[in-house]
Design a protein around this ligand. Structure first.
Ligand code: HEC
Ligand code: HEC
Ligand code: HEC
Ligand code: HEC
Ligand code: HEC
Ligand code: HEC
Ligand code: HEC
Ligand code: HEC
Ligand code: HEC
Length: 421
């Protein structure tokens, strides 16, 4: 017996007890009024109508469930002959929602900006495909949106509000018993929550950081597949992807069937990269493919050296400029130049993705130049300070000599002339 049949039997049993069924006096919306009396607790759909977008737009129970909201008697209100659906079977829910949400002419009357492609996309997702095959484990519309109390995605209490999405997906994807049946791991949410992305969105509330649906799609949710991963990341890391696409690695990844960014960064547990990832040291990702002595190995080493050289120059510059500033010299310009050099360092790290030691040189040289200039300005300032200090001592010495001389002259004038004695 499927859920639909179960529903029919249940309502049949209820209707056969017609004498015991309540009725309502007025019929503005008998569904709401009677159910308010009949049901209680958190599962009562009437408790959440104030927050439901459908009710806010003047829709009600019968718009989803059918039946006659003007009828005061339960049998008449929930008459199958009047199109009452009862509790929709899980498998049929997407079609039920699609009755409106896939109808552009209908939806436009309410909100011309709301896309009407959710159902079409859903059918292409792994969830949708498995649902059509009768798999009741996969997500249907109400798994992610709930059936009652449906909120807009902009509402912070909605299960599909950006920061709530990982938790919504995790209700199933972190459920080991459920995922075992489908041969899927359950680490995605755990890993994601610790990643740069998860920390940015879940801890710091950075709405620019991706959630599960940014990478997988919401209605069309599926695995990106090896080829598409670069496109997924490129939504936000455009320059990095452009550099990669023009690099010698692009052809190599395509030929070997390797995912573009995932090979070095992973997918869910993406950590903040460090310079140690680059080069030929033990933490470097490059040595897993490039043998010592090969061109790629040498290039990796060279690329790391470029970064280390720039970092060292910036450190030098910073130390000298700090010293000068502590002596009270105005270091505004040099500090700005150092800030600029740090930006170039960040750019140089991005240019790692060109996978060419030469391509990294443009931003690296600019940064190097800026940091050298700042260091020189700092040195000049310290020199000037020392010069001024020496000048100060000299002036002081002259002053002391002058004052001493003056005192001598005064004493000379005040003392009684020896000749008069
Ligand atoms: C006069 C009272 C009354 C009215 C009016 C009424 N209902 Fe019900 N409804 C009930 C009762 C009682 C049940 C059975 C509750 C249960 O089994 O938990 C029920 C069950 C349901 C169910 C669940 C069916 C199932 O298969 O589990 C749905 C859906 C439903 N009503 C929707 C509606 C809609 C839509 C309307 C308005 C068109 C409506 N009801 C009007 C009393 C009413
Ligand atoms: C946006 C469409 C929609 C609206 C509006 C709606 N329902 Fe439902 N309702 C559903 C769906 C879908 C299910 C099946 C949920 C499931 O199986 O997970 C359902 C299930 C139910 C059930 C079965 C028990 C349960 O809670 O799952 C009852 C009873 C019910 N609805 C009553 C109502 C009443 C009363 C109203 C009006 C206050 C209402 N519904 C408004 C879509 C809707
Ligand atoms: C796997 C979870 C999931 C399923 C299943 C799902 N949705 Fe969504 N839905 C989301 C997420 C996440 C968002 C918000 C992000 C977005 O717009 O992609 C959303 C947004 C929406 C929106 C607002 C769209 C907009 O652009 O403002 C509508 C309407 C909607 N869903 C309807 C549906 C319907 C109808 C179904 C079933 C055919 C469905 N959803 C199935 C997760 C889901
Ligand atoms: C009778 C038509 C109808 C049915 C059936 C229906 N909806 Fe809606 N839905 C609407 C309308 C109208 C709106 C309001 C659009 C607006 O004003 O933005 C809406 C809004 C929504 C929104 C909010 C979109 C946003 O982010 O602004 C979601 C989510 C949603 N519906 C999901 C569902 C789901 C899930 C189902 C099935 C359980 C469903 N709807 C069934 C008509 C319907
Ligand atoms: C109601 C439970 C449920 C919810 C909620 C759910 N999923 Fe799923 N999802 C599943 C199941 C079960 C499968 C496995 C289907 C199969 O056997 O291929 C699956 C499959 C997937 C796959 C395909 C995996 C593969 O190896 O092909 C992706 C990607 C996915 N889900 C992403 C999401 C995202 C993103 C969300 C949240 C927006 C989400 N899911 C919400 C149950 C759910
Ligand atoms: C930064 C992008 C990104 C984010 C965010 C992300 N994923 Fe993934 N996910 C991927 C990639 C890439 C794969 C590997 C796909 C492939 O090999 O085709 C993957 C694979 C999967 C799979 C297939 C099984 C597996 O683990 O390999 C599931 C299920 C899945 N993700 C669910 C989720 C869920 C749930 C979330 C949120 C908690 C999430 N993903 C967040 C990019 C992402
Ligand atoms: C929706 C936009 C978005 C998508 C899609 C996205 N990212 Fe990110 N990514 C960000 C944001 C925003 C940050 C900065 C987070 C922070 O402030 O720490 C970031 C940070 C990073 C970082 C750390 C950078 C640093 O300097 O700390 C790496 C590495 C990264 N992402 C790789 C990826 C990869 C690989 C993918 C694809 C699998 C991807 N991202 C998909 C937005 C995105
Ligand atoms: C998944 C394996 C893999 C990883 C990891 C990898 N490479 Fe490569 N790389 C290749 C392949 C394959 C080629 C093309 C064949 C060749 O030239 O060796 C290539 C080519 C190159 C080239 C062009 C060859 C040249 O010097 O003219 C450079 C530069 C390069 N890689 C640098 C790096 C750096 C730097 C890292 C670490 C950040 C790295 N690679 C990590 C597989 C990899
Ligand atoms: C062959 C290995 C490799 C591949 C493939 C790769 N990266 Fe990187 N990525 C690195 C290394 C190494 C660093 C650290 C550079 C450093 O800090 O010195 C890095 C740093 C980053 C950073 C932080 C620095 C910055 O650019 O802001 C981001 C973001 C990033 N990668 C994104 C991506 C994206 C997106 C892709 C796919 C288009 C990708 N990476 C492909 C090795 C790789």
């Amino acid at each position: 017996m499927n859920a639909q049949q179960r529903g029919i039997t249940r309502i049949g049993a209820v209707l056969s007890m017609a004498v015991m069924l309540p009725s309502v006096a007025v019929a503005a919306d008998s569904c709401v009024e009677c159910h308010k009396q009949w049901e209680s607790g958190s599962s009562d759909p009437t408790q959440v109508i104030d927050q439901d977008v459908h009710f806010q737009r003047g829709l009600s129970c019968a718009d989803c469930h059918g039946g006659d909201p003007k009828a005061t008697e339960a049998e008449a209100a929930m008459d199958k002959a009047q199109g009452f659906l009862g509790r929709p079977a899980r498998q049929d829910i997407p079609q039920l929602c699609a009755r409106c949400h896939a109808e552009p002419t209908y939806m436009r009357k309410y909100n011309p900006n709301l896309p009407t492609d959710q159902y079409a996309k859903y059918l292409t997702s792994q969830h949708g495909k498995r649902n059509s095959q009768g798999d009741s484990d996969v997500a249907v519309c109400t798994s992610c949106h709930q059936a009652h109390g449906i909120r807009s995605k902009k509402d912070p209490f909605s299960p599909v509000y950006a920061a709530n999405i990982p938790g919504t997906c995790a209700e199933c994807h972190s459920n080991a018993a459920l995922m075992d049946r489908h041969g899927l791991p359950v680490n995605q949410h755990w890993d994601y929550a610790q990643s740069v992305h998860g920390q940015a969105l879940l801890v710091r509330g950075d709405r620019g950081a991706p959630h599960c649906a940014s990478c997988h799609g919401s209605h069309e949710a599926s695995k990106p597949g090896t080829i598409a991963i670069g496109n997924v990341c490129a939504q936000c890391h455009g320059l990095t992807r452009d550099l990669f696409a023009k690099s010698p690695h692009k052809a190599a990844h395509d030929a070997l069937g390797l995912p573009e960014c995932e090979v070095c960064h992973g997918n869910h547990l993406i950590k903040k990269p460090t310079d140690d990832m680059l080069g030929t040291g033990s933490g470097a990702v490059c040595i897993s493919c490039h043998e010592p002595g090969s061109k790629g190995y040498q290039s990796a080493q060279q690329m790391r050296e470029t970064i280390e050289q720039l970092k060292a120059q910036i450190l030098n510059g910073e130390a000298v400029v700090k010293q000068a500033a502590e002596l009270g010299m105005d270091m505004g310009d040099a500090e700005y130049a150092l800030h600029d050099a740090n930006t170039k360092l960040t750019q140089t790290r991005t240019y790692v993705h060109a996978f060419s030691p030469e391509a990294m040189q443009a931003p690296a040289q600019e940064g190097l130049h800026g940091a050298q200039q700042a260091e020189q300005e700092g040195k000049n300032a310290i020199h000037e300070f020392q010069f001024r200090r020496q000048g100060l001592w000299l002036t002081l010495l002259i002053l002391i000599l002058l004052v001493g001389g003056l005192l001598l002259v005064i004493r000379e004038m005040e003392s009684p002339p020896k000749s008069r004695r």
